[in-house]
Design a binder for this molecule. Structure first.
Ligand code: VTB
Length: 329
C-alpha cells in the first residue's frame, strides 16, 4: 500500500510516467486554441473536457482529491469523481488550466497540471486560501518558514545561497491582500516578481532560479494549488509550507470535516504529499520553464515536464503531434 503502489506495479509506473504527459498535453492544446480570446470560462471548459477524457483512459483506479470543485459546482473533475480504466488505486490532483485569466489574456506561464499519487497520500484540503512559502532544492531543511517574518526569511535564504539580499527575487501573486508583505520584502532590498495568476507555476519556478530568476515563492493563494505545487516539489526537491486561511466558522467547519482540526497548523511537504507521486505539467502560453503550445500547418507542438518522485526522474518533453485528433475543434 501507500508509497509502494507504483513500484509494485512496475509496468504501470513505466506506462504512467509517459502516458500521463498525454493528459496535460491534450488539455494544453485545447486551452491554447482559446488563448487570448478573453473568455476564461471557455478556455477552462475546453481544458477540463480534454483532460477528463485522457484521465479516464489511464490504466488506474483513480479518485479526484484536488479537482475543479465540489460535485454541485463542478459537473466534471469534481472532488470524489472516479476516473480511469481500472488498475492501481491512486489519488488524482489536477488543475486543467492553471491561470485561466492569463490564458484568456495570452500572458505568460499558463499551464495544465496533473499529479497521480498513491491512494491516501495527498492532503485533502477545502477550497480555501492557503498562506505558502516555498523554495527550490539544495537548501538545508528549515532555511525559511511561515513562523518567521518575511525579513527573516529573505535574509536567511540570501545567507544560505551565499548572495546579498538584493540578489534574491520573490514571486508573489499581485493582489491587494499582499500589500504589506510586498512592502516588507521591498524594504529588505530583495526584488519581487508579481504574477497575475498561477501560483503552482510560481512555486515550480523556485526549483530552477537560474532559468526563472525566482528564488522563493511567498503569499496567499489557493489551498488546492498548494497541494499540487507540493507534488511537484516532492519530485524536484525543495521545501514548501502552507497554512490554511480559516478565518470564518464556516471554513473551519469545512476543514474539520476533512479531518483538519487545527486551524493554525503549518503543513510541510510531507504532510501535503506523503507518498510516491508522478507529476506532469504542459505549457499553454510561453513561460519561464515551459513553452506554450505551437500550432503549425500540419502539426502541433507541446512542451511538458513529467516527473516521478521515487525515481527522481524529470523528463523535459517536447512533442510533435501529427495526429488529426489534435486539430479537432
Ligand atoms: C491562486 C492562483 C490561481 O487563484 O491560487 C489564486 O494560482 C488565488 O485566488 O491561478 P485569488 O485569485 O482569489 O487571489 C488563481 O488565480 C485561480 O485559481
Amino acid at each position: 500500500m501507500g508509497s509502494d503502489v507504483f513500484r509494485d506495479a512496475d509496468p504501470l509506473e513505466r506506462i504512467l510516467s509517459v502516458e500521463i504527459a498525454r493528459v496535460t498535453e491534450k488539455a494544453a492544446v485545447a486551452a491554447a486554441m482559446l488563448r487570448g480570446r478573453g473568455d476564461e470560462r471557455a478556455a477552462d471548459q475546453a481544458a477540463v473536457d480534454a483532460m477528463r477524457v485522457e484521465l479516464d483512459a489511464l490504466p488506474v483506479d483513480g479518485v479526484v482529491v484536488v479537482g475543479e470543485g465540489e460535485r454541485d459546482d463542478a459537473p466534471s473533475l469534481y472532488v470524489g469523481e472516479r476516473l480511469g480504466r481500472g488498475g492501481a488505486a491512486v489519488d488524482l490532483a489536477l488543475d486543467p488550466l492553471e491561470g485561466t485569466t492569463i490564458c484568456a489574456k495570452s500572458l505568460p506561464n499558463a499551464i495544465t497540471v496533473v499529479a497521480v499519487a498513491a491512494r491516501g497520500s495527498l492532503l485533502v484540503v477545502p477550497d480555501v486560501y492557503m498562506e505558502k512559502i516555498a523554495i527550490g532544492p539544495g537548501y538545508a531543511e528549515g532555511v525559511v518558514g511561515l513562523d518567521r517574518s518575511a525579513r527573516d526569511n529573505i535574509s536567511s535564504l540570501a545567507a544560505a545561497k551565499g548572495v546579498p539580499v538584493d540578489r534574491i527575487t520573490a514571486c508573489i501573486l499581485d493582489r491587494p491582500r499582499h500589500a504589506k508583505l510586498i512592502e516588507e520584502i521591498r524594504a529588505t532590498g530583495a526584488a519581487i516578481r508579481l504574477i497575475g495568476d498561477g501560483d503552482v507555476a510560481g512555486v515550480i519556478h523556485t526549483t530552477d532560479p537560474e532559468s526563472t530568476g525566482i528564488d522563493i515563492y511567498m503569499g496567499i493563494g489557493g489551498a488546492p494549488e498548494g497541494v499540487l505545487a507540493a507534488a511537484a516539489l516532492r519530485c524536484t526537491g525543495g521545501q514548501i509550507q502552507g497554512r490554511l486561511q480559516l478565518n470564518t466558522g464556516e471554513k473551519r467547519n469545512r476543514a474539520d470535516k476533512l479531518g483538519l482540526h487545527d486551524p493554525e497548523k503549518i503543513y510541510d511537504l510531507s504532510d501535503m504529499v506523503s507518498g510516491d507521486v508522478i507529476f506532469a505539467a504542459s505549457g499553454v502560453t510561453d513561460g519561464n520553464l515551459l513553452e506554450g503550445v505551437r500550432f503549425y500547418a500540419n502539426r502541433v507542438e507541446t512542451h511538458s515536464l513529467v516527473m516521478h518522485s521515487r525515481t527522481g526522474t524529470v523528463r523535459d518533453m517536447r512533442t510533435r503531434h501529427l495526429g488529426s485528433s489534435f486539430f479537432a475543434r
